[in-house]
Ligand binder design. Structure first.
Ligand SMILES: Nc1ncnc2c1ncn2[C@@H]1O[C@H](COP(=O)(O)OP(=O)(O)OP(=O)(O)O)[C@@H](O)[C@H]1O
Length: 286
């Protein structure tokens, strides 16, 4: 008796949504990333931290499709996307936010999210809006319903008709997250989401991101300066230093690592054996 098998091209549910393996980037003689590995499993919130110059922005650019690595691979859902553009990755379900929110001054909060919704649902409609000069087309009832749901989920309902130009930075970050969410992403790449926010705004943003992750199943990769934010909300944390991933693990493991504590958490500050070599983490512990 023969068994009927159904072939499928869907990746297994456990395949990482986003993965870097052996990613190396050189700028002339400088190795900005040296064989970096990381994976963002479905539904996970993963963080990358590191001090100035560690390679965070370079890694972000490689993952988002703005920079080709000199070596290594980037995969989405198991498919090799190393040589694809940022646009192709966006179509495959990767959304991103910016360190400095890239919003349109003349548009309201709601209009930003409607435009993003049109990228997903409206075919060429967003482009027509932008190129016809006819102004912003009134949203349909269905668009309004989808957009309102996202605005309410992110607690932006009260601000929906405000132009973004007058909003505080914390609210602009949420508009970026709302806009990213409207494109229906599987994975969100967040570039320094806490940058410029005070402690209260950072806590609110962290709570919002946690809700988006839980309610929408969106995987997230935070590339961040703020170690405490990342340790507080990510299940896996990667620590970059001079282009090398010096530690990857749970927040508890990363917190307990002497090299990480010495370098980034300020709980141990070993004096360099030779001050001329600088005040970085000691070489032996890497
Ligand atoms: N386009 C470039 N050309 C030459 N060197 C570069 C370029 N971009 C980055 N670098 C160098 O690569 C290294 C990593 O930089 P990167 O900006 O990725 O670090 P970072 O962790 O994002 O730092 P920061 O937190 O200060 O933004 C640094 O030494 C930086 O000077």
């Amino acid at each position: 008796m023969s068994t009927v098998t159904t072939e499928t091209t869907e990746p297994p549910a456990t395949t990482a949504r986003l993965e870097a393996s052996g990613v190396t980037v050189r700028f002339g003689g400088l190795v900005a990333l040296d064989g970096v590995d990381l994976a963002v499993p479905p539904g996970a919130v993963v963080g990358v931290v590191g001090p100035n110059g560690a390679g965070k922005s370079t890694l972000f650019a490689v993952l988002s499709g703005l920079l080709r690595p000199d070596a290594g691979r980037v995969r989405m859902g198991g498919a090799d996307v190393t040589r694809t553009s940022a646009r192709t990755r966006a179509r495959r379900g990767l959304a991103r936010t910016f360190q400095r929110p890239e919003l349109f001054d003349g548009l309201t909060v709601r209009e930003h999210v409607v435009l993003a919704d049109r990228v997903r649902h409206g075919g060429g409609r967003m482009l027509r809006d932008l190129v016809t000069g006819g102004g912003f087309r009134r949203p349909s009832t269905a668009e309004d319903a989808r957009v309102d749901e996202i605005l309410d989920a992110l607690r932006l309902g009260d601000l929906r008709d405000r132009e973004v130009s007058g909003l505080p930075l914390g609210a602009c970050r949420l508009v970026e997250v709302a806009r990213a969410l409207a494109t229906g992403p599987e994975t969100m790449l967040l570039d320094e989401p806490s940058s410029g926010l005070d402690a209260r705004e950072t806590a609110e943003l962290a709570a919002t991101l946690a809700r988006v992750n839980a309610d929408h199943g969106v995987s997230m990769l935070l590339v961040e300066h703020d170690v405490e934010l990342v340790l507080g909300m990510c299940e896996t944390v990667h620590v970059l230093d001079f282009g090398v991933m010096i530690r990857s693990g749970t927040p508890a493991e990363v917190r307990a690592d002497p090299a990480v504590r010495a370098a980034y958490l300020g709980t141990e500050t070993p004096a360099p054996a030779n001050p001329a070599q600088g005040a970085g983490p000691d070489e032996e512990s890497r």
